[in-house]
Write a protein that binds this ligand. Structure first.
Ligand SMILES: [Zn+2]
Length: 144
């Protein structure tokens, strides 16, 4: 699993997208988590956000674990083979790593034996502009 997560982190690092335009990043997350049987995947929350929901058998508290989809308008000067392919955009804020940490909970949740409640992995758009969180909170699907 660690190798799979390293590959995901490099894929996200190589394909950074600016705030509110994180379409490919959101798709990469959806494709990754699909294999770990979430109860529900909600796309387009607050714009390009993704909610990955695990429901356990009985109703109970909901825990949301959040990370960010967007990258920054900064040229990447690194030379490693997974450097940014999008000129002038790069993951200098570490969101590639943060997304990978949160996505890495999906295989753990697939095997989890919790009896009640829900866990939501929230991939929030547009953190760098400060707009994404407000858009997510205003989205009726997030309220639900
Ligand atoms: Zn940030």
């Amino acid at each position: 699993m660690i190798d799979t997560l390293v590959l995901l982190r490099k894929q996200l690092h190589e394909n950074p997208e600016l705030s509110g335009k994180e379409h490919e990043t959101a798709n990469s997350i959806v494709e990754f988590v699909k294999d770990f049987n979430p109860t529900q995947i909600i796309e387009g929350i607050g714009g390009t956000g993704v909610g990955v929901v695990y429901h356990f058998a009985e109703s109970g508290p909901t825990v949301v674990i959040r990370c960010e989809l967007d990258a920054l308008p900064i040229v990447e000067e690194n030379t490693f083979n997974y450097r940014s392919k999008n000129s002038g955009v790069s993951h200098k804020c570490g969101h590639d790593g943060h997304m990978t940490i949160v996505a890495g909970l999906a295989p753990w949740l697939k095997e989890a034996t919790f009896k009640r409640g829900k866990v939501v992995l929230l991939f929030q758009p547009a953190e760098e502009t400060g707009k994404g969180a407000a858009n997510v909170i205003e989205d009726s699907r997030f309220k639900n």
